[in-house]
Design a protein around this ligand. Sequence first.
Ligand code: FES
Length: 407
Amino acid sequence: MAKYNYDKKVLKGLTPFPFLGEVKARNAAIAAAPAILPKSVYNANILGRRLHPAVQHCRIQKVVDHGDAKSFTLIPDRDRGTEALAYFRASQYVSVALNIDGAIVHKPYTIRSGPREALGSEGSYTLTIKRTQPAYASAWILEHWQEGDAVDISGPLGDFYYQDLRDAKHVIAIAGGSGITPFYSMAQAIVDGVEDFDLTILYGSRKADGILLKEEIEEVAARSSGRVRVVHVLSDEEQPRYEHGFITAELIQKYAPVGPYSVFMCGPKAMYVFGEAQCKRLGLPKRLYRMEMSGDYMGVVNNPDYPKDQIGKQYSLTVLIRGEKTQIPCKADESLLWALEKAGIKAPAHCRSGECGWCHSRLVKGQVYIPAEADGRRLGDIKFNWIHPCVSFPLSDIELEIFPTAD
Ligand code: FES
């Protein structure tokens, strides 16, 4: 049997000698080079900065009042260095930097407009912000933001967008209140030819006269050649041409296509608990239903595994930033992030729900409660005591090292 399975003759002409001088030649070239880095601008870096800017400086171009919500159109503020807004995937959010009476707060809000509207130097984002209960940042924004105001936002974030490798070609969207905003963006993207799937929105509201963006979303659906459908579901009144009650498995089935479909949910936590139960009743595999998770983790004390003897307690939080310590109070039922913000400490945060990892901090001392469904830590984080303060609630006095970013 032949020892080699290739023709050795072709290697005969090869010799290592030409390579022996390579190291010497390279060292000589390095020694002769100037001691400054060459100025190179790589397209990949330019694109990376365009798509993922740390901060986008904007101005409010237009405000539309919807009653207990407002829509704000944001455009790039060239005077402050933002030439164009970053492109995004329909349903992504930006986190808005706010200074509310000395509290430094970052709040995530979905970009309600379609991605195509962000393109070019005249591009814009529209955020529709509804007054939430308990009202804090949303109330402050609705009362303070005016046309012409300067606003700083993050780059687009979040992964609650359509992914054709995983999601079915037909999406049933379950929306509650301002949870319509990501689906509005998806609907607009379908109309613009940016996304390619069919969308049926089951839109839950209390009463017909309180439906946020009702005319606007119906107008987008009317331009979609049948690819976007909106079904209004009223919980507190019966009206002809509206569905009544909750968004149950039966209702989903009534509007679902014959073939496979995915279910996307955006709305309050109670809606997720109910919606997930309906998806399980329908026998949907986990990969075919999901929820938008950005926003404050609410109602921690109602979790079955939350230690109820903590309710009403207050602890001390020692914050370590670049070797300097500051002591502030923190309540057991409020996240560590919230305690930092109230104390005017510029803590890094975007999603506020344990998802993005931006607030990643080191727990030096103390015990915290972390809700299982919001625990986005990796095994290494758990082993070396790294936590997400946005979803960590104190069970004792705490010492925490945080790492504020420059922006
Ligand atoms: S702000 Fe996103 S994980 Fe805490």
